[in-house]
Design a protein around this ligand. Structure first.
Ligand SMILES: [Zn+2]
Length: 119
């Protein structure tokens, strides 16, 4: 997160001189050495954009992998009613209760409760 803020601060710091150079180029008063500065500034922005795209793609791949792992865990922890229509007597409530077919805890089991807690 701090890294992201640093990137943003650096981007804003680069913006002003880049816009000044573009303005001079538009007016046709760009000095040769300013042309080199403009090229360097554009190269920096293009590299930053490509880096951001790679980071976004990496983050998406990680998110998909985590969703798949989560789905696999959910697939293991199934309530007994969905799995086989079976309930069991719960002495705490005096009634019938579904249970997790994976760990036998009352439904929802601790794993499912942990998954469903909002981060
Ligand atoms: Zn479970």
């Amino acid at each position: 997160m701090t890294h992201h803020v640093d990137d943003q601060v650096a981007r804003w710091a680069r913006r002003e001189p880049l816009l000044a150079l573009l303005s001079r180029a538009t007016r046709g008063v760009l000095l040769p050495e300013e042309g080199a500065l403009l090229r360097a500034a554009v190269d920096t922005e293009l590299a930053a954009a490509e880096r951001a795209e790679r980071q976004r793609d990496d983050a998406r791949r990680i998110a998909v992998a985590l969703e798949n792992q989560l789905a696999a865990v959910r697939g293991l922890h199934v309530d007994s009613i969905t799995a086989s229509g079976v309930v069991r007597f719960n002495p705490d409530t005096g009634g019938d209760t579904a249970y997790c077919t994976h760990d036998s805890q009352n439904w929802p089991c601790a794993t499912i409760r942990a998954i469903e807690e909002q981060p």
